[in-house]
Write a new protein. Structure first.
Length: 394
């Protein structure tokens, strides 16, 4: 199988190009919010408040988004949420005060809570099972390339023209994604769509994960990654501006370093997707490696060490989480796909709440301590799960 095999499918090509635009908008939004809040307050705790505003809507609404993805036509739900997000972004350019940014962050992530489970649930219905692992890996490329390119470009544009340009990029990119997704020609209803009360269906999905050790453990890895590992992203403005004295350009470079490593990891997984053996051991080793890389990065004296360490963190992060996502998508029953993948997406998107924890630790001690604790937690969780023979033999 070639690296780009899944792109031979027409629907997946449009989906993938739309995802490129979606991710560019997503990255521009996060970079803009973080920098504007830091610029206005120079307070690590306010970065934590931003994480709270971004994370609460995901916690509250994302699981319900998964229930809807199992009940209705997934393509129509995706188009509806993207339309709302793009329209909202176009109306938000003037909202650049801190309190306004916090409200805007909460509302945009409310839309995202319904969007992400829907997109993830659609992938298996656009490609055959033999290309699913490749499609999932290719789906990570926009996220990693967007992390590498989007933040650095956005950081430079913010420095030149101000924060409003970041919001403009987010709105335009979302509109372009909507245009691509509108060209999909596929019936993406869930087979055997569930009926009955939505609360009962939500509980059914949670029970499925609770009673399946492998699913629960893999989702736990994603949870630790978001809450303790990637929470360092919220604190990057402090590293760039205070520790390294590199300003917004340095902030973009740090994001780009992580993205470079992640992109390399994604391309390797896409190429070797069908040939990887002992997936569980790869997953657990990658998680432990990410935690160790974060611990070293946390004590970096300058960009010279920080950038290669973030590249290593990005490589480990994407390499093992792509394997997690592939196993979940291949093993979950289709009638539960939206609900289970919404729980996985929720863990992925608890990064903002992890940012709150990181902001509190940074305010109480310092940012280096906060990132060190996060890396240690990720590594410790992986080492504990490494004792499970069932996981090692996946």
């Amino acid at each position: 199988m070639t690296t780009f095999a899944a792109l031979r499918e027409r629907n997946y090509r449009f989906y993938w190009v739309g995802l490129v635009f979606y991710v560019l908008g997503h990255r521009a939004e996060y970079v803009t919010f973080a920098w504007l809040v830091w610029e206005a307050t120079h307070d690590a705790l306010h970065l934590g408040y931003l994480g709270l505003a971004q994370g609460v809507p995901l916690v509250v609404f994302q699981l319900w988004g998964g229930v809807l993805a199992d009940r209705v036509n997934r393509l129509r739900l995706l188009l509806a949420t993207l339309t709302l997000f793009a329209a909202f972004g176009l109306s938000a350019f003037a909202l650049i005060r801190v309190e306004h940014l916090l409200v805007l962050a909460a509302l945009s992530n409310t839309f995202r809570a319904f969007d992400e489970p829907t997109r993830m649930s659609m992938v298996p219905q656009m490609v055959g099972r033999e290309r699913l692992a490749n499609a999932i890996a290719l789906g990570s490329i926009p996220w990693q390339a967007g992390r590498m390119i989007g933040p650095s470009i956005t950081g430079i544009l913010i420095a030149a023209f101000g924060g409003t340009v970041g919001l403009a990029i987010a709105a335009v990119a979302s509109a372009m994604a909507l245009t691509m997704y509108a060209r999909l020609h596929v019936d993406v209803r869930s087979s055997a769509a569930p009926v009955g009360h939505m609360g009962t269906q939500l509980l059914e999905g949670l029970r499925f994960v609770r009673h399946n050790f492998v699913f629960a453990a893999l989702i736990c890895l994603a949870l630790f990654n978001a809450v303790f590992g990637l929470s360092y992203v919220t604190l990057l403005p402090i590293y760039a501006d205070v520790y390294f004295q590199a300003g917004s350009a340095g902030f973009g470079l740090l994001n780009a370093a992580h993205g470079t490593g992640a992109l390399v990891g994604t391309l390797i997984v896409a190429t070797l997707a069908t040939r990887i053996r002992h997936r569980g051991l790869v997953i657990l080793t990658g998680a432990a490696g990410m935690g160790l890389g974060l611990a070293i990065f946390s004590q970096s004296p300058g960009l010279g060490l920080a950038m290669p360490m973030l590249a290593a963190v990005g490589f480990s992060n994407t390499f093992y989480l792509t394997q997690v996502s592939t196993h979940l998508q291949q093993a979950v029953p289709d009638h539960l796909r939206g609900r289970v993948m919404s729980l996985y997406a929720l863990c992925w998107n608890l990064l903002p709440l992890g940012g709150l924890l990181g902001g509190v630790l940074a305010a109480a001690v310092n940012a280096r301590f906060a990132v060190l604790v996060g890396g240690a937690m990720v590594a410790a969780n992986a080492l504990v799960l490494l004792a499970s023979r069932r996981l090692r033999l996946l």
